[in-house]
Design a protein around this ligand. Structure first.
Ligand code: NAG
Ligand code: NAG
Ligand code: NAG
Ligand code: NAG
Ligand code: NAG
Ligand code: NAG
Ligand code: NAG
Length: 326
């Protein structure tokens, strides 16, 4: 009798447990494969085959379908490559590998099977090689972050085919070549773009004049020519950093939107004088040091409140906060 009761109890608890397992068996199989391919890292110790994978560390299940929709691996002591098996989690919407210095190799092409993927972050890793053009097949992407890796070669022109992007980060790699001409027709939904700290050369695409960015970071590259198309009264730009490049254009007649916050153009070859319109920008945080500017700093707005280092090392800028003009 006791034995029967006990076995009943065990049986019912097993039934209960299997009902409580929300996890999709196929997803569980794939996750265990990923764990194996990453050499069973301590970071994934909670990925126990006997438990519900929806409760595992660094993954989430969709509350309705119970399919794995997020996989966010970060700050992990993991060595090796991104497993091909990540492409077999068809309901993934967000995939992240962040701050894993021992993650090497390239991005596997199996990732293109993730047709629902909205956010892809591979950052602060040692992943290298060219940025693969097949990423342009991930049409649902709204955010692509490949910053702080060892990517080299040119930016693939195909990335401009990602029409739902709101943000793109390619900063802190070793990218070379110029910004592809196709990037002149990036989607109007794009709000921010980071390409700083690379070895990008050439000019910015002409089409950037009709885009509606709020943030552009291109500092520490070898970009040359004129970037005045980024400015104008009808723009919505807030933060622009193109410092430490080879820009060469006349600054004198530019107009700026009221939305402008940060404008950092230090260490370029910009000529002309400071435009009067700068005094109307309420929250301006300007740095035009180390250029070839000349003439009196307009009086008004925030211009006299800025530190003199925002203006120093120019050809002949003068007036507060720099010394008086002769
Ligand atoms: C990372 O894992 C390896 C192998 O498991 C181990 O030898 C090493 O000490 C770990 N490093 C850190 C920083 O935890
Ligand atoms: C990276 O790998 C090296 C050598 O295998 C190991 O000593 C180190 O602890 C690992 N570091 C991290 C943060 O994973
Ligand atoms: C990762 O990159 C860092 C810095 O770029 C380097 O010092 C380190 O040796 C690399 N580790 C591996 C495993 O490639
Ligand atoms: C792109 O965004 C629109 C609007 O949010 C959405 O209807 C469409 O399904 C998205 N495209 C893809 C491929 O996900
Ligand atoms: C701003 O105006 C220019 C010329 O009038 C136009 O080509 C551009 O598309 C406009 N930009 C925005 C963001 O409205
Ligand atoms: C530009 O972006 C701003 C803020 O995101 C938005 O309010 C505005 O309608 C956009 N303008 C155009 C022309 O797309
Ligand atoms: C402007 O940039 C220069 C060069 O990087 C720097 O030395 C200076 O501190 C900056 N000044 C301000 C006010 O940002």
């Amino acid at each position: 009798m006791k034995i029967t009761l006990l076995s009943l109890l065990i049986l019912s608890s097993q039934i209960y447990l299997s009902h409580a397992q929300k996890c999709n068996p196929q997803d569980k199989k794939v996750l265990l494969q990923i764990k194996k391919d990453l050499n069973n890292p301590y970071h994934l110790a909670s990925w126990n085959p006997n438990t519900d994978c929806c409760s595992w560390y660094v993954v989430d299940c969709d509350p309705i379908t119970n399919r794995i929709n997020n996989l966010h691996v970060f700050a992990a002591n993991i060595s090796g490559q991104i497993p091909d098996a990540v492409g077999n989690l068809p309901f993934l919407e967000s995939l992240m590998f962040h701050k894993i210095t021992n993650l090497t190799g390239t991005i596997p092409s199996s990732i293109t099977k993730l047709t629902r993927l909205k956010s892809l972050t591979i950052s602060w890793t040692n992943i290298s090689g060219q940025i693969p053009s097949f990423l342009s097949e991930l049409k649902a992407l709204t955010s692509l972050d490949l910053s702080f890796n060892n990517f080299n070669g040119q930016i693939p022109p195909e990335l401009a085919q990602l029409r739902n992007l709101t943000g793109l980060r390619l900063d802190r790699n070793q990218l070379t070549g110029s910004i592809p001409e196709s990037f002149g027709e990036l989607t109007p939904s794009l709000q921010y773009i980071y390409m700083s700290h690379n070895q990008i050369s050439g000019t910015i695409p002409k089409g950037w004049g009709s885009l509606n960015f709020t943030l552009i970071q291109l500092q520490r590259n070898r970009i040359e020519g004129d970037v005045s198309v980024l400015f104008g009264k009808n723009k919505t730009v807030d933060q622009v950093d193109i410092s430490r490049n080879l820009l060469e254009f006349d600054f004198s007649n530019l107009e700026f939107p009221e939305s402008l916050g940060t404008l950092d153009l230090n260490h370029n070859r910009i000529t002309g004088s400071l435009p009067m319109g700068l005094i109307d920008v309420e929250n301006l945080n300007l740095n035009v040091s180390y250029n070839r500017l000349c003439g009196r700093i307009p009086v008004g707005g925030r211009l006299q409140e800025l530190d003199y280092t925002a203006y120093f090392h120019n050809r002949c800028l003068c007036g507060a906060p720099l010394p008086e003009c002769n």
